[in-house]
Design a protein around this ligand. Structure first.
Ligand SMILES: Nc1ncnc2c1ncn2[C@@H]1O[C@H](COP(=O)(O)OP(=O)(O)O)[C@@H](O)[C@H]1O
Ligand SMILES: [Mg+2]
Length: 306
């Protein structure tokens, strides 16, 4: 394609940014690496935005690869920049709305549920008495609950609760309860889940993660290996990605005891190092191509509307 200049936002640019820069450069796309925290909202600018490296033009596209933890005010300013880029007609991978739909686990659960997709039974609330009642009712009739931080990632801070005493001992992050039915492994004591990378409505790579422990994140030491997936699993992952309006996503599926698959999580800022190591698939090249296609479509659409 003809020369284009895009921006990748992250607070620290590591391996993933390097992979993307290599893949995008091969497509004649120039990349500026910066941080959403270094952008300014400036109403002296016609666009209202000042982005490092883009003094008098807008980026041809933007990728949001990482948003550092911050105060509610800081995160709000960063999301303002992403939202505004989208509103200015810049393709943003993933759009601010998709990021909002997925960083908050309750929002993801709602989107999946309302899209009619299979996802574990989940409750979220802030009133501790209500949460306790729900837990008590569920625990006495069923087996276990999983309690997760609303903004959790990489398997951090997740707890399995089997009794109301265990529930009472838990201090939830931010005084927000996010509780989910525990999905027992399909094969007893063999904890396993599947990570499918969806890009532009296609599954580009898939792996399975296996562990001696029920939390099977790569970051928690699970063993990752390449795997084939069924057409049903692919469809579920693609629909889950659509349900959160993401252009690309890492979708986690788990197998229930009846053999069917259910969506555990949709990650709109997914890492792919584990996936790359397990499968050898150049995920960055697929992402770069998807972004290039979007830039071309965007230019064509603008020409049509002129
Ligand atoms: N409801 C559940 N039932 C069984 N295992 C779960 C459940 N929720 C999470 N897990 C395990 O914990 C891991 C991390 O959970 P996930 O919801 O993906 O949060 P994170 O954002 O921290 O990755 C999953 O990959 C899975 O192994
Ligand atoms: Mg996960």
């Amino acid at each position: 394609m003809s020369h284009a200049k895009i921006v990748i936002f992250n607070d620290t640019h590591g391996w993933h940014s390097q992979q993307l820069v290599a893949a995008l450069t091969a497509l004649n796309i120039e990349v500026v690496l910066t941080d959403l925290a270094d952008c300014t909202i400036d109403l002296n600018q016609p666009t209202g935005l000042s982005i490092p490296g883009f003094e008098d033009q807008l980026p041809a596209a933007a990728m949001a690869r990482g948003i550092a933890p911050g105060s509610l005010e800081q995160i709000t300013l960063r999301m303002d920049v992403l939202h505004t880029l989208g509103e200015l007609g810049v393709p943003v991978f993933n759009p601010a709305s998709a990021i909002e739909h997925t960083v908050d686990k309750a929002r993801t659960s709602l989107r999946l549920h309302l899209a009619g997709l299979n996802t574990p039974k989940t409750w979220a609330c802030e009133n501790p008495d209500l949460a306790r009642n729900i837990a008590q009712k569920y625990l006495s009739a069923h087996q276990s609950l999983v309690i997760k931080p609303l903004f959790g990632c990489m398997g951090k801070g997740i707890e399995k609760v089997e009794s109301i005493e265990q529930f009472d001992a838990i201090q939830v992050v931010g005084d927000a309860f996010y509780m989910q039915e525990y999905i027992a492994p399909f094969e007893q004591e063999h904890w396993q889940d599947w990570r499918l990378m969806v890009i532009d409505n296609k599954v580009c790579a898939a792996m399975s993660r296996r562990s001696q422990h029920w939390i099977t994140n790569f970051a928690q030491g699970a063993e990752c290996f390449a795997t084939t997936v069924t057409a049903d699993m692919e469809q579920l992952a693609i629909k889950a990605t659509q349900a959160v309006q993401a252009d690309y996503a890492g979708v986690d599926l788990i197998r229930q005891q009846n053999g069917s698959y259910t969506v555990l999580e949709v990650n709109s800022v997914p890492a792919w190092k584990g996936l790359y190591q397990a499968t050898g698939i150049n995920v960055a090249a697929h992402l770069a191509q998807a972004l290039a296609n979007r830039i071309v479509d965007n230019i064509k659409n603008k020409q049509h509307s002129c």
